[in-house]
Design a protein around this ligand. Structure first.
Ligand SMILES: Cc1ncc(COP(=O)(O)O)c(C=O)c1O
Length: 385
């Protein structure tokens, strides 16, 4: 008798960007140069005060388990963040500290949806939503989006679905498109979801990394949505594995039961350190200004390199580019680009299994000098210079 993996695990697609990273690392191990524009992680680490707070916690705290929902000081600091950044009062009891936003998605999806429920998300969209939902036996309904709706779902697109959905996951700014829902668009989606009993999950992980008007939290308009955020992106703390979510009242106790059993508690050292992160705005905003320079460079140079259409980069640190003039196979294009030029980027198929072959994603979160060199090589490869 052969023992095989579960049917549930067989439903999970790989996170292709991690495969690209492996290929890039193999190339680097052969002594060849690699320009990293594949992974969506800030080039710089945690701000200085966070590292200092971690040192202090190591010296003074025994770093045992915490309450499942996190240490009170961090939950209180997150509540203050909502007052300062959005002008809203969020009760501490509804704030849950999690193991990255990835941990928050697992808990939120488990608490809100049952096997067989239908949950919608934009295509292109962040692959882990699709893969976590699928692992839980939830039916993922991908809504094809494009430039006409700024790569975001709309009430009309939801209405056009064959069958109703129980939930909707949105991200603004989005990965991979970088586009945002304006205030009116977000309000319209929230109103639509409320009227039809659709649970809205709002991924706000890229808040703070914007190049125009600030991002609005769903919580400004609706206390009933599930809001998910993280210390990974604006706060540059990917490896600290810390995120948070704000829950509607009815999900607080169910998520508590789940998180007690799944994780016991989020990483204690990271929690103590993260309290300091909110006071590092000056340092972190300077990093956003550096992303803005790389964004300006890429959006100017990529069209010269044959990328005809770029999604409008309202926020986050990605350019989602149409490669229709260059290739009809994004995976092959990315492999060849890495082999020919050392530039690592991600095929659109990671974000949109159906339509992603026409797209690639550039991450400009890394070293500005590497990004400038990548732009130069891309234009040169196209014969533009
Ligand atoms: C849109 C989006 N949500 C969530 C995550 C997961 O981040 P983490 O688990 O580090 O908080 C990412 C990471 O790239 C992301 O792009």
């Amino acid at each position: 008798m052969t023992l095989g993996p579960s049917r549930r695990s067989e439903r999970i697609a790989p996170f292709i960007v991690m495969d690209v990273l492996r290929a890039a690392n193999e190339r680097a191990a052969e002594g060849k140069d690699v320009l990293h524009l594949e992974v969506g992680q800030p080039g710089l680490g945690a701000p200085g005060a966070v590292v200092e707070a971690a040192r202090a916690a190591m010296a003074s705290d025994k770093l045992g388990y915490t309450e499942a929902f996190g240490v009170p000081a961090l939950r209180a600091r997150i509540a203050r963040h909502y007052r300062d950044a959005y002008g809203i009062a969020v009760p501490v009891e509804r704030i849950v500290v999690t193991t990255g936003s990835s941990g928050a998605f697992l808990l939120a999806f488990l608490a809100a949806f049952d096997e067989g429920d239908r949950v919608a998300m934009a295509a292109p969209g962040y692959p882990a939503y699709r893969n976590i939902l699928a692992a839980l036996g939830v039916e993922v309904v991908e809504i094809p989006t494009g430039a006409a709706t700024r790569y975001q779902p709309t009430p009309a697109l939801l209405d056009a679905l064959e069958k109703p959905v129980k939930g909707l996951v949105v991200a603004s700014p989005s990965n991979p498109s970088g586009t945002m829902l304006g205030e009116a668009e977000l309000r319209a989606l929230i109103g639509h979801c409320r009227a039809r009993g659709i649970r809205l999950v709002s991924d706000e992980i890229y808040h703070g990394i914007v190049y125009g008007p600030r991002a609005h939290s769903s919580l400004e308009f609706d206390a009933g949505s599930i809001v998910i955020n993280s210390f990974s992106k604006y706060f540059c703390m990917t490896g600290w594995r810390l995120g948070w979510m704000v829950l509607p009242d009815d999900l607080v106790r169910p998520v508590e039961r789940l998180s007690q059993n799944f994780f016991i508690s989020p990483p204690t050292l990271s929690q103590h350190a993260a309290v300091a992160a909110f006071d590092c705005k000056g340092e972190l905003d300077a990093r956003v200004r550096a992303y803005a320079d790389s964004r300006a460079l890429l959006t100017a140079e990529l069209p010269k390199a044959g990328f005809a259409e770029l999604a409008p980069v309202d926020g986050a640190f990605y350019v989602y580019a149409d490669i229709g003039a260059l290739s009809n196979d994004a995976g092959r294009y990315c492999r060849e680009l890495l082999a020919d030029t050392g530039i690592a980027i991600t095929p659109g198929t990671d974000f949109d299994p159906a339509g992603g072959n026409r797209h690639v994603r550039f991450s400009f979160a890394g070293d500005p000098a590497e990004i400038a060199e990548a732009a130069r090589r891309l234009v040169a490869r196209r014969g533009g210079r």
